[in-house]
Design a protein around this ligand. Structure first.
Ligand SMILES: Nc1ncnc2c1ncn2[C@@H]1O[C@H](COP(=O)(O)OP(=O)(O)O)[C@@H](O)[C@H]1O
Ligand code: SF4
Ligand SMILES: [Mg+2]
Length: 321
């Protein structure tokens, strides 16, 4: 397996207490596979991605338990310098939620796309420029050779997303984490970025974790889906099964909340209520306060039930069936 995460625990030590942003997450990504990590805002998707690179909020963030293995190598015990040298930006790269947080407004895009190539010795000296043009061509930035000295503000939002993708794929990472890469973009550009991710995967065989709250985007790109709620994965399975036979009440609610094409605004079903606090999460099923099917038993943490090959969900209703 390319990536295996087991029982990952990521804590943020805040003044108001310890926030369990990732609370027992296990997932696998195979070579050439795309896993969609979906769920409402605040469910711990970004923190899961950042944990794999150990890029947690400075001071407060800490991996408190579990294991992360990439190509059989344990990452949680690596030193910071090993991680910087061999993993971060090299074997695992992340396309951050907002391209402007990854791009520095004062440097040219040629410099910025070239940095990871220089740092990881992919290209040196005068060869860097040619390598940058090559990678910008791969993400289909128009006329890349003429634009190396331009700065981020001289590009459109969609182009900036391509430049950030170029920074991420320059070193041919084994695993690419794309955090909401389409959220800020209009639909046509979203389609292009999805096409781009597909093409990158076909070219390099990289595994991809696609983080999104948009189940439509996930359906078009992913092989498997993991649904996250309140720091935990509540359901995981092949994309077709998740969409046709969702098992967990939360997954069903998410699917019902997808706007149908042509549906009138205001008729979208939003999921009622709020996710629980991750500082003092309830001991039982974390979805219970919002779940129409809740029973007395749900005051205890539900077991994970296997429904079919690779399809699992954590819910008492499934244990009874
Ligand atoms: N820098 C931070 N400081 C404090 N809390 C944070 C920080 N970043 C995220 N959190 C909290 O961690 C939890 C998980 O957040 P996140 O991983 O960003 O969720 P998602 O990506 O699913 O929207 C949330 O409760 C969020 O409020
Ligand atoms: S365990 Fe109970 S509360 Fe939780 S999702 Fe299943 S039925 Fe609903
Ligand atoms: Mg996020």
């Amino acid at each position: 397996m390319l990536l295996s995460v087991r029982n990952l625990q990521t804590h943020l030590h805040l003044r108001r207490g310890v926030l369990r942003a990732v609370d027992g997450v296990s997932l696998d990504v195979a070579e050439g596979e795309t896993l969609g990590l979906v769920g409402e805002s605040g469910s711990g998707k970004t923190m899961t991605g950042l944990s794999l690179l150990r890029l947690l909020p400075k001071g407060s963030g800490r991996i408190a338990g579990g294991s992360i293995s990439l190509d059989g190598r344990e990452l949680t015990t690596l030193s910071e310098s090993e991680l910087v040298r061999e993993i971060r930006g090299r074997r695992i790269a992340m396309i951050m939620q907002d391209p402007m947080t990854s791009l520095n407004p004062v440097f040219s895009i040629g410099d910025q796309v070239g940095n990871p190539l220089r740092n990881h010795d992919i290209a040196r000296g005068t060869a860097v420029r040619a390598a940058v043009v090559d990678v910008l061509r791969r993400v289909r930035l128009p006329s890349p050779a003429d634009r190396l000295d331009d700065h981020p503000h001289q590009f459109s939002g969609g182009q900036r997303q391509r430049i950030v993708a170029a920074m991420a794929i320059g070193c041919t990472p084994r695993l690419l984490i794309a955090d909401e890469p389409t959220t800020a973009l209009d639909v046509t550009i979203q389609v292009q970025i999805i096409g781009l991710l597909r093409q990158i995967q076909a070219d390099t065989g990289a595994g991809i974790i696609l983080i999104t709250h948009d189940l439509g985007v996930a359906a078009s790109l992913c092989h498997r889906i993991a649904v996250m709620y309140a720091g935990q994965i509540v359901e995981t399975g092949p994309v077709r099964r998740i969409y046709r036979q969702p098992a967990h009440p939360y997954t069903r609610a998410l699917l019902e909340a997808i706007p149908r094409l042509g549906a009138k605004r205001g008729r979208l079903a939003a999921i009622q209520g709020q996710p629980p606090s991750l500082i003092d999460p309830p001991t039982g099923c974390r979805f219970a306060p919002r779940c129409a099917l809740r029973m007395d038993k749900c005051a205890e943490a539900p077991p994970e039930i296997t429904l079919a090959d690779g399809h699992r969900a954590a819910c008492w209703k499934l244990a009874d069936a």
